[in-house]
Design a protein around this ligand. Sequence first.
Ligand code: NAD
Length: 331
Amino acid sequence: MNDTQARILALREQLDTYNEQYYVADAPTVPDVEYDRLMRELIALEQAHPEWLDSSSPSQKVGGAPVSAFPEVRHALPMLSLDNVFSDDELAAFEKRLHSRLGSDAPIEFCCEPKLDGLAVSLLYERGRLVQAATRGDGSTGEGITENVRTIKAIPLRLRGDDWPARLEVRGEVFMPSAGFERMNEAARACGDKVFANPRNAAAGSLRQLDSRVTAKRPLAFYCYGVGLVEGEPLGERHFDILQRLKGWGLPVSPEVKRMQGRAGCEQYHDDILHRRDRLPYEIDGVVYKVDELALQERLGFVARAPRWATAHKFPAQEELTRLLNVEFQV
Ligand code: NAD
């Protein structure tokens, strides 16, 4: 085995450990920026050496295995992750790849959304009633957390109106707004209890509780950002329009969602939200750009762990290693 191969194996092992700590135990030991750095190194090495690519590599997988304490829920359509860009140059390369795959230089419209830092959930509505909620898990199987999700006030138990499909799977992010997070940690500190490291871990730990009465006391919120399984007629031809329909049925959609033209529009959106980041009532770790037209999304398709038609544009990290290591975690 040469040095590069040994490095690839070491990175895979390290990242598998971090994934287990983050996704299964809700207790990361390194900041995201460090995780992202190692993941990018692994991806670069695997791209340079396709002969060593392995489908069980963390670069090819989504999330972590579901915890057996919860019932298993098989996702009708996989719940994937997102690819990342970290700079305007990488965004330009993303747009160029889209043009080249589509074989056209026609400007592309994007639905631009905040990248909420919480936990992805799938909500299944049958005849307008919430019947099942699940985490993303490993992308194909998640954890059934229906009772816990029923305690989140922002999530309607019944949809408004009557023009929804008989079966509708809504996808979105459960998160903890900053004010609720601070209040909860202050109360924990006052009682000498452990505090959460950040709102993301607080949201994940609160949602994956075995006792839904505990979840009910946690200040959780929700925004939806897409659909999974939809029975019958498609909900629309464009992602942005579908979000507006979900909103009409009483599902919360972020007021920051906007349709923008091409890379220049995305950059403008990114800069505006980055500028206002500290004034938003919740934490975000970036923004997401999605090709708006579903027909184009279909032509672009997916790779192993992410759609080709979307990318996250990550913000510079706020979390320092020292801060994270000095905090004890509570699940
Ligand atoms: P991701 O967070 O980079 O992107 C995918 C997720 O973004 C989705 O599953 C969804 O939950 C969320 N999301 C938020 N807003 C969205 C929107 N508007 N539209 C679509 N999705 C939206 O990917 P991931 O696979 O969940 O996690 C990978 C990231 O998690 C890493 O880049 C790293 O930052 C962090 N991580 C950290 C550790 C650690 O040890 N610190 C370990 C594993 C993962």
